[in-house]
Each structure stands twice: as C-alpha cells, then as structure tokens.
Design a protein around this ligand. Structure first.
Ligand SMILES: Cc1ncc(COP(=O)(O)O)c(C=O)c1O
Length: 394
C-alpha cells in the first residue's frame, strides 16, 4: 500500500461540524463522533498540493471554471463508469443538495408529487417540504438477508398524474445499496410510462466495493439519458466536502435548458478558485488513492461486522455495497428509539445518526460513519464491544 490510513490529523479543535455540534446533538462533548458524512482521513496530498500551488499567485479574483477540470471529470467517468459526456452537458454546482433543490424547482410545481425512497438522506425530504411538493413515499423493503430492495408494486400503485419527479439515491444513503441494472430498469420503465423526470444523486458512486458495480442511471438506455439529471461530487470520494464542489450532468438539451432557468436565477456561477483546482487534481490523480482507500474502508466495515458477530448480532449492519456509512439494525436490543440513542451516547460514548432522522422507516436503526483511520475504527469497535458486554450483563 502506498498510502497510509492508519492515523489521521486531529480535528478535535478544528471547526469540523462533527465536533462543534456534539454538545447540541448529543448533550455532551464526551462522545466520539461517527455521524456527519465526511471522513476522519486526511484529504489527499495531491489535492492539497494543487491548492497550495494556486495560492502562489496572489490574486484570487473572479475566474471561469477551467475547461480542463471538466475534461478531467469526463475522462474519469468514461474510464470508471462507462459514461460519455460532452463538456456542454456538465455544470458546476457547489452542492449536490443545491442541485437537487434546483431540479425540484425546475421540474415540478407546488402541490406536485415527487417520489422518495425511504429511509433516505434527510435533505431529500427537507427540500420537498420547503418547496411545498407532496412527498410520494415509496419505502424500500428488506429482503431476507437484510439487504434493501425497491418496492416496485407499491410505486406502481401510488404514481398518478400529479407525479412529476423521482429523487433517486444511487448508491443509496443510508442503506448502502448499489442498485443492479434490472432493479433500475424497473424504475426507468415506470418513469417513462408516466413522463417522470429522474434526479439521480450519484455522489457515492465512486465509493463502491467490489464485486458491486455502480450503474449510472443514464447508461440504462438513450431514453434514460433523455429524462435524467445526474449529480456527481468529489467531496465524499476524496474527503474534500469543505471545498463545496460538485457537478450536474444533463445530456438532454431541452431538460438542461429548463434546469438552467432555475440555475441562472440563483447565480451559482463558477464556484471557488481553490475548489476548481482541487476538483481537477482529484480526478486526474486520485485513482490509486481511491483504490487503496476502498480496501481500507472495507477493512473498517469488517471490524464492525466482527464485533457485532461476537455479540451474536444483537446489533448488526445491513450488508454494505457502497459508502462509508453503515446502517446498523439495533432492533435486537429490544429498546425504543430514545433508549437506543442513549445506549450509544451514554454506554458506548459514540455519536451516531438516529435512524428516525432518515424518516420513520429508519426506526430501530442507527447510522455509523466508518470513514475513519484504522486507529479510530479500533477505538469505535472497542467502545461498542464494551457497551454490548455491559448491556448483556445487566
Ligand atoms: C446522498 C447524498 N447526497 C448529497 C450529499 C451532500 O452533498 P453536498 O454536500 O454536495 O450537498 C450527501 C452527504 O452526505 C449525501 O449522502
């Protein structure tokens, strides 16, 4: 291994949200935070070096997004995911959530129904609430191995003329699924039948564990390409969320024009000068780092699985296919949601996301961020081990 993920720089006294919001969220500073989705892993040197180099020029003025940055992204997406994009298909966006907000604005109206598959990353629901769209909830269902599946029959029964948009999360946060081609094709068929536009949030698409393979929604067919807006980000993959940099890909010109009407209004522009160079460096130089990172992350996940097995899976993560976010089934504890939360804060001294924040279908679950250095993962596992041992003794 060329890169070392065994330790990371201390963030305790930085402005990292994970730490600054501890008291507010968990009522104590005495928790090891394993919640917000950034990693306790150093942002790669090649990204930081590119930024330092840019700072050698002492003027940070208005600058256009360099074409070479999008070219680097196009090469990456072709090589890693078999997608072909043209430069004109891609737009800068500082945030995937902002892109989703704009898509909701552009492709639906107040009172329209928008499909969301729960449990889900909370801003999906918040964005719809704020824009007064009706949420068409299509809960995921669990298979016998714990893996989550689309419920196509439920969706078919609920879609009607007011349904205008589907917010797809692929790979899915929090359930860690990488949707198979056949599953996505069933969704596509329904969307085509009912003229539904698809906003595909693919921010986690580079964090997929072999043998799973991410299938970009647009690669299903030309028809899929024609109805899809895809959001892609480097922030998760290379642990650089603080650069606030992502992109939106829209191959269909008519759809892009509609999106641009909302996009231009909010003056998103070209983003930050430093983010632009960070984005390009990540796509140009990040492949080997990412391959090693994924091996490291999966090793962390296995440590979590091991400690759960040691305690007869009284809590257990659903099988993970992508992301560094484990969706942990805590129903075996026999506690209500409040008590599950307290168990992690007071007994394990860990700050996790409550399952309920991903909608009511998250009841009985917690989300644990294992995107950490090995040292920190070992500490997380030690705390879980201790807390579960004490829980059984009581
Ligand atoms: C599925 C998903 N979409 C979007 C985001 C946030 O992206 P951004 O910071 O670019 O808005 C996250 C962050 O956790 C996420 O998990």
């Amino acid at each position: 291994m060329r890169y070392d993920f065994s330790t990371h720089s201390d963030r305790e006294n930085s402005r990292a949200e994970k730490y600054t919001l501890r008291e507010e969220l968990f009522g104590t500073e005495d928790v090891l935070p394993a919640w917000v989705a950034d990693m306790n892993i150093n942002t790669p040197e090649f990204v930081l070096d590119a930024v330092k180099k840019r700072l050698e020029h002492p003027i940070i003025g208005y600058e256009t997004m360099p074409q070479s940055a999008f070219e680097a992204q196009i090469e990456w997406m072709k090589r890693e995911h078999g997608i072909s994009y043209e430069l004109e298909d891609l737009l800068y966006s500082h945030s995937v959530v902002a892109s989703m907000d704009l898509a909701i604005d552009a492709f639906s109206e107040i009172g329209d129904k928008v499909i969301v598959q729960t449990p889900i990353y909370p801003p999906f629901l918040a964005s719809l609430r704020e824009q007064k769209r009706e949420v068409l909830k299509n809960p995921l269902k669990q298979g016998s191995d714990g893996r989550y599946l689309f419920d196509i029959e439920d969706l078919r029964a609920k879609i009607d003329d007011k349904t205008k948009l589907l917010l797809l999360c692929s790979p899915h946060n929090p359930v860690g699924r990488v949707w198979r081609r056949e599953e996505l094709e069933e969704i596509l068929e329904l969307c085509l039948e009912h003229n539904i536009v698809v906003f595909s949030d693919e921010i986690h698409s580079d964090l997929v564990y072999a043998p799973n393979r991410h299938i970009p929604f647009v690669t299903l067919s030309q028809k899929a390409r024609d109805i899809t807006i895809t959001a892609i980000g480097v922030g998760k993959t290379f642990n650089m969320a603080g650069f606030a940099m992502s992109s939106v890909a829209i191959a269909n010109k008519a759809l892009r024009e509609r999106f641009l009407q909302s996009y231009r209004r909010v003056h998103i522009g070209h983003g930050s000068v430093l983010s632009q160079v960070a984005f390009e460096a990540a796509y140009r130089e990040g492949r080997e780092w990412l391959e090693e990172l994924k091996v490291h992350l999966f090793g962390n996940y296995e440590l979590l699985e091991e400690v759960c097995k040691k305690h007869n899976n009284i809590i257990k993560p659903v099988p993970i296919e992508a992301t560094y976010l484990a969706w942990v089934d805590c129903r075996g504890l026999g506690l209500n949601n409040r008590a599950i939360k307290d168990f992690f804060i007071q007994d394990a001294k860990l700050g996790l996301n409550n399952g309920l924040s991903f909608s009511k279908e998250g009841s009985g679950f917690m989300r644990l961020n294992f995107g950490v250095s090995r040292d920190e993962m070992q500490e997380i596992v030690r705390r879980i081990d201790r807390a579960l041992s004490e829980f059984k003794d009581e």
